[in-house]
Design a protein around this ligand. Structure first.
Ligand SMILES: Cc1cc2nc3c(=O)[nH]c(=O)nc-3n(C[C@H](O)[C@H](O)[C@H](O)COP(=O)(O)OP(=O)(O)OC[C@H]3O[C@@H](n4cnc5c(N)ncnc54)[C@H](O)[C@@H]3O)c2cc1C
Length: 194
């Protein structure tokens, strides 16, 4: 099958991506396309606008800031898997990613796209929960907030309930900094927007 008609946009900035997403109800982000494109082809998703974020500069970074590893929205699974920072600080992420799909898919697919797709059969959502990962979610007005990964076991939705929200990054504590059980958890560390 072929996708239903949609408008394709390829902004170069975060602000442009937010504007494109806000412009049409049901607009969807395109990251690696490894899950979205099949949904489009099967017409299980029929967004009026697809916003390709691959030209947005800097979103492919994998960096450490304030004790956390930040994984940008367009960081390929293969790049995250090869990252020395991830291998040393988040060995569980590297071990799980090595089992995600195969090299061709990992060369295009992103970690953040995988988490946003939220397939309960995927390795990464469980890893994100285990490592106390947080999403940085940017609203159409540009305000950013952090949220924990979703934990429901429902199948990925072809039509997300909050299509205008955009997750340009996820970040994880290293296992050494994993939170203690709730009863002994220390106060939350200060959070940055991205
Ligand atoms: C043959 C094959 C085998 C696979 N095997 C596995 C496997 O074994 N394990 C596994 O975990 N996965 C597997 N996958 C899925 C693969 O890991 C995908 O790459 C991943 O699920 C989606 O990442 P993506 O970057 O391609 O996202 P896309 O396909 O571009 O997007 C997926 C969804 O997330 C949304 N989205 C993406 N990025 C953002 C963002 N920044 N903000 C908001 N929404 C966003 C999109 O709008 C879309 O709804 C497989 C895929 C294929 C084709």
């Amino acid at each position: 099958m072929k996708p239903a008609p949609f408008e394709y946009r390829r902004p170069a900035t975060v602000a442009g991506a937010l504007a494109d997403l806000a412009a049409a109800e049901g607009a969807r982000v395109l990251a690696g396309g490894q899950s979205l494109v099949p949904l489009l082809n099967l017409r299980l998703a029929t967004p009026p606008v697809v916003v390709d974020i691959n030209r947005v500069e800097g979103l492919d970074a994998v960096v450490e800031r304030e004790g956390r590893v930040h994984i940008g929205a367009t960081a390929r699974q293969s790049a995250v898997l090869a990252s020395e920072l991830v291998r040393s600080r988040l060995p569980l992420v590297a071990a799980a990613l090595a089992r995600v799909a195969h090299p061709q898919v990992r060369a295009r697919g992103t970690v953040v796209g995988n988490l946003c797709h939220h397939d309960p059969a995927s390795e990464m959502p469980a890893v994100a929960v285990a490592l106390d990962a947080e999403f940085t979610v940017v609203a159409p007005d540009g305000s950013a907030a952090t949220s924990p990964p979703p934990t429901s076991s429902s199948a990925p939705s072809p039509s997300p309930s909050r299509p205008a929200a955009w997750s340009p990054a996820s970040r994880s504590r290293s296992p050494r900094q994993a939170p203690a059980p709730a009863s002994t958890r220390s106060p939350a560390r200060p959070r940055t927007s991205r």
